[in-house]
Ligand binder design. Structure first.
Ligand SMILES: [Zn+2]
Length: 85
């Protein structure tokens, strides 16, 4: 599965600044595709996309049972991209 056009904008921006995909996984209950990045996401860039009307939703994980992450979720395509907090 490839990243949807919404998530892909963030992915391309991250790869352009040297961030790399750590892991891609599919078939989660709330997400068809989850992309984990090695470094934290550029929140300013993603927020600028949202300000322009991109339908991405910010989320962060504060449950210490899991890796602490922050990222974005596409409601339309049920895909997510995240990096360490
Ligand atoms: Zn999408």
């Amino acid at each position: 599965m490839v990243a949807c056009k919404h998530i892909k904008k963030i992915l391309m921006h991250e790869e352009a600044r040297g961030n790399k995909i750590k892991e891609m996984s599919e078939g989660w209950s709330k997400a068809n595709l989850v992309i984990d990045m090695e470094e934290s996401l550029d929140i300013d860039y993603a927020n600028s996309l949202i300000a322009l009307g991109e339908k991405l939703r910010y989320w962060e994980n504060n449950d210490t049972h899991y890796t602490l992450q922050k990222g974005y979720y596409c409601d339309e395509c049920k895909q997510s991209i995240a990096g360490p907090k």
